[in-house]
Design a protein around this ligand. Structure first.
Ligand SMILES: NC(=O)c1ccc[n+]([C@@H]2O[C@H](COP(=O)([O-])OP(=O)(O)OC[C@H]3O[C@@H](n4cnc5c(N)ncnc54)[C@H](O)[C@@H]3O)[C@@H](O)[C@H]2O)c1
Length: 270
């Protein structure tokens, strides 16, 4: 069985994956800069700050594959994004190359393409339109993945995660929801499929209101099980209690688009 390292193990997704992944990959090393809550004695953990290359190299030593979740997961100051997501992501890919890791699955984000209007359906060949410094860092990570795939032969999968959770909780998330078990499917494709070279997938379940053409993932056998329409009544009831956000409600990236926004909505690109 391959040895898998998961960064960002103490975060929301990492914590859920600690329940779901060990039955698939018995040999997992969990890593983060802080210890995950309630670490069991059988769980292997290596503390590492992604912005320190020597710590990253040590954490991934011996891995066949890496699931890279670690980093700053919302908008932040440039300094924060630079250290956690730009330098951190470079260190991760470069350490993987140095240590001969074969595969990396990178947790990218819908915020790499957040400035597409909701009325537009996009695929993975459309140019990035980041909606934040955070979104730029995810586009950077996807680009780094391509460099390490095509120049150094690593097998790279970037998953543009929509919103990970047990259920979609508002109208936007009816379009971008990702059921945890569906993320596991995508991770398995990235870590195991023999034809992976450099792929971008949308991390979205079977959402009939979705905005993304996920044909690339389907070609690799992805069959999402989560159906956001099953939660439509509760999600729309929750949405009705939220204040209107003319910019955020127009674009796919939602509040990440309205945050710090000073352009006119009438100039919205289509
Ligand atoms: N949760 C979602 O719906 C969602 C959507 C899109 C993308 N993503 C991406 O998926 C990944 C995981 O998301 P999450 O919701 O679990 O985020 P999270 O914020 O809950 O967890 C991120 C983890 O990264 C760790 N981290 C931050 N900086 C670090 C550093 N310098 N060195 C080492 N570890 C560091 C944190 O300690 C934290 O445990 C993130 O990369 C995020 O951008 C998540």
């Amino acid at each position: 069985m391959p040895t898998i390292v998961v960064t960002g193990a103490a975060g929301g997704i990492g914590t859920r994956l600690r329940q779901l992944l060990p039955s698939v990959y018995p040999d997992i090393c969990w890593s983060d800069r802080v210890a995950p809550p309630h670490l069991a004695s059988h769980e292997r953990f290596v503390k590492a700050d992604l912005s320190v290359m020597s710590e990253v190299e040590q954490a991934i030593d011996g891995a066949h594959g890496i699931v890279h979740l670690g980093g700053h997961s919302i908008e932040g100051s440039w300094e924060t994004i630079l250290n956690a997501n730009i330098i951190g992501c470079y260190n991760l890919f470069e350490a993987a190359r140095r240590r001969g890791v074969e595969r990396v699955v990178f947790a990218s984000s819908n915020h790499a393409i957040g400035f597409y209007p909701r009325q537009r359906r996009i695929g993975t060949d459309d140019p990035v339109r980041p909606d934040s410094r955070y979104g730029v860092s995810k586009a950077f990570g996807e680009a780094l993945g391509a460099l390490y795939a095509y120049k150094h032969g690593l097998r790279i999968t970037s998953i543009r995660i929509g919103n990970f959770g047990e259920a979609p909780v508002d109208e936007r998330r009816l379009s971008i929801w990702l059921k945890p078990e569906d993320l596991v499917q995508l991770i398995r494709i990235g870590l195991e499929h023999p034809d992976i070279r450099c792929e971008i997938f949308y991390g979205a379940s079977d959402n009939s209101r979705g905005w993304w053409d996920n044909a690339a993932a389907f070609r690799f056998g992805y069959r999402p099980q989560g159906r956001s329409e099953e939660y439509v009544a509760a999600a729309l009831a929750a949405q009705a209690k939220l204040p209107a956000d003319p910019v955020g409600d127009w674009y796919q990236g939602g509040p990440f688009c309205s945050d710090e926004f000073d352009d006119g909505i009438e100039r919205s690109p289509v």
